[in-house]
Design a protein around this ligand. Structure first.
Ligand code: CO
Length: 170
């Protein structure tokens, strides 16, 4: 397993629509294991393949279960949201947009279908933080970042700070 480099905004791969996975082979296995290791090493709760340079419809997630504190780690390949309800606004961050947090409106409950690492169809129901992770990661697969979901005013402020940051790096 290896820790992969996280691509940060404004890397162009983050704005692309990722491709469906067709081959459930050894390479896919390796990529998913590397994604999980990368997610953990960055203390992330979710990671989408484009964030590590692969334009493929894969995301991993990790969440602490409320009772017992046991950790649930998973992957969804070629995910699709089949049902959703409710609305909730909460603070969100992204490994590809470092040092930035903003309140984002999401559905409070969603049902996602997709495939597991072996190509078996799975259906996952999620609410709370897990539902938020799923929606955030599926956004990544469609080339959407959290800064695409904030108001124009907030985005302008973000872009101005970003420009300053890039200038200082030079
Ligand atoms: Co993200």
């Amino acid at each position: 397993m290896a820790v992969l480099e996280i691509k940060e905004y404004p890397h162009p791969i983050l704005a692309q629509k990722a491709l469906c996975v067709k081959d459930f082979n050894h390479n896919l296995n390796k990529l998913i294991n590397d994604m999980i290791e990368t997610m953990f090493s960055n203390n992330g709760v979710g990671l989408a393949a484009p964030q590590v340079g692969y334009s493929l419809r894969i995301f991993t997630f990790s969440i602490n279960k409320k009772d017992g504190g046991q950790e649930e780690v998973g992957v969804v390949i070629n995910p699709e949201i089949i049902s959703q309800k409710g609305e909730i606004r909460e603070e969100e961050g992204c490994l590809s947009v470092p040092d930035y947090q903003e309140k984002i409106k999401r559905k409070s409950m969603i049902v996602v279908t997709g495939f597991d690492i072996n190509g078996k169809r799975v259906t996952l129901e999620a609410e709370g933080l897990l539902a938020r992770i799923f929606q955030h990661e599926i956004d990544h697969l469609n080339g959407i970042l959290l800064i695409d979901r904030i108001s124009r005013l907030k985005r302008d402020i973000f872009l101005r700070k970003m420009k300053k940051k890039i200038k200082q790096r030079k």
